[in-house]
Design a protein. Structure first.
Length: 161
């Protein structure tokens, strides 16, 4: 039996992904002005732009202008540090972004996925792509807790006194 590594053992991260958008300029404005991502390149002839996630050279999001009928709504999560999650939520909220939890309830209170564990909040880009801010939590996964509100997570994981 071979003991050579699988490709998964050699993959170190996700560098690039793409979304189709109806209006390239509107999407560039959203990703730059609302999320603060840096425009890497915009190619008018191809109607595409690449924005940097996490700064130059870290990860890239491609925005491809397509007819509305060709846009399939996608989901992607942006990782943030737990210490920055509340501040990140507040910044986009002040810019008019409507936030929701995993259960589709309009709120700015994160949901926690016990199996990771991670806290997250969702919102949409101008084309209806489901975006998420996700912050990994310290400690071991707690899959038995399931998906709960931030308040429930804190209550359920608080050490007994």
């Amino acid at each position: 039996m071979s003991t050579s590594p699988t490709p998964a053992a050699l993959i170190t991260g996700l560098f690039e992904t793409h979304l189709n958008v109806a209006n390239l300029e509107r999407s560039i404005e959203f990703y730059e002005q609302v999320l603060g991502l840096q425009l890497g390149i915009q190619q008018e002839a191809r109607r595409v732009a690449m924005v940097w996630i996490g700064g130059w050279g870290k990860a890239m999001l491609g925005l491809w202008e397509k007819p509305e009928s060709e846009i399939i709504r996608q989901h992607l999560a942006f990782e943030v540090q737990l210490a920055d999650l509340d501040r990140t939520i507040g910044l986009v909220k002040r810019l008019g972004v409507q936030l929701r939890n995993f259960f589709e309830e309009r709120t700015d209170v994160p949901t926690v996925f016990g199996w990771i564990p991670a806290a997250s909040i969702y919102f949409d880009d101008p084309d209806g792509h489901a975006l998420e801010f996700l912050a990994k939590l310290p400690g071991d996964p707690r899959p038995e807790i399931g998906v709960v509100s931030w308040d429930d997570w804190q209550r359920l994981t608080r050490p007994s006194t």
